[in-house]
Ligand binder design. Structure first.
Ligand code: GLP
Length: 249
């Protein structure tokens, strides 16, 4: 694990984008694993800027998103499909057929999760972007989710629903379930970049880095991945024992 601490959201966004841009220049056919939430929005803005400056192209890039809500239509403004189009896909030259987001069509959900899983195993992500929940969830792998899980349906914890209520009119509108890549899918990526901001993430970050590897702290599994870069702002890093702005295990 390499852990970097930067001053604020802007700096973290620029540095994380710089890593992704470097990988995209090296490999124009890159397969990216993408995340939603506030954390990667700045990273996506910087990728759009690099695209507009002709530094990178998404023409031959494939993307696989971590998760999607169940129970709201795809065109709902807070579906992760809408989120990704709004914050990234609408602004770049990616081909629609190269965008993959788990489908939430409830009638076929089990089959669709299985299908997504097959695609994930056939398309190992070169770079997987992650945020982290305040309870240390990654994707929507809530505490207690099995580490051996592949794409599956999860009942969201009340903590996660409360936290995501900021995107909806009220907590009652936050879906109760989601479909998410499992931990096993997330770990099946060559490189992982995790971003975290703000003091409400400080505990989760501490447990991810120093905690026992357990299903109660889903992000703790990342200690076992060979290539993880964690990029934090000062608040999210505030509980780590960082004498300098860089820490490596
Ligand atoms: C959601 C997403 C996660 C994300 C988390 C944190 O629950 N499913 O992938 O990491 O929120 O979001 P934020 O970056 O807004 O704090």
């Amino acid at each position: 694990m390499r852990i970097y601490k930067y001053k604020n959201y802007d700096e973290v966004s620029k540095v994380s984008a710089a890593i992704v841009i470097r990988e995209m220049i090296k490999n124009p056919n890159i397969i990216l694993g993408l995340a939603t939430g506030t954390s990667p929005i700045g990273l996506y803005k910087n990728l759009i800027k690099a695209y507009n400056e002709y530094l990178i192209s998404f023409k031959d890039v494939k993307t696989f998103n971590l998760d999607e809500y169940i129970g709201i239509p795809n065109d709902h403004p807070e579906s992760y499909s809408s989120f990704m189009h709004r914050h990234l896909f609408n602004h770049i030259d990616i081909k629609e057929q190269n965008i993959h987001i788990p489908s939430n069509e409830i009638e076929h959900i089990e089959n669709l999760a299985e299908e997504y899983n097959k695609k994930l195993f056939g398309n190992q992500r070169d770079v997987q972007i992650l945020g982290i929940g305040a309870n240390a969830h990654i994707g929507f792998n809530e505490p207690g989710s099995e580490m051996s899980n592949q794409t599956f349906i999860i009942k969201l914890s009340e903590e996660t629903r409360m936290s995501n209520a900021r995107f909806f009119d009220s907590v009652d509108e936050v879906p109760t379930h989601a479909v998410t890549m499992g931990i096993k899918n997330i770990m099946f990526s060559k490189q992982i970049i995790l971003l975290a901001f703000g003091k409400e993430k400080a505990d989760a970050v501490y447990k991810m880095v120093y905690g026992k590897i357990t299903e109660d702290i889903p992000a703790s599994i990342l200690q076992l991945h060979p290539d993880v870069t964690i990029i934090l702002d000062e608040e999210a890093a505030s509980k780590l024992d960082m004498k300098s702005d860089f820490l490596e295990f």
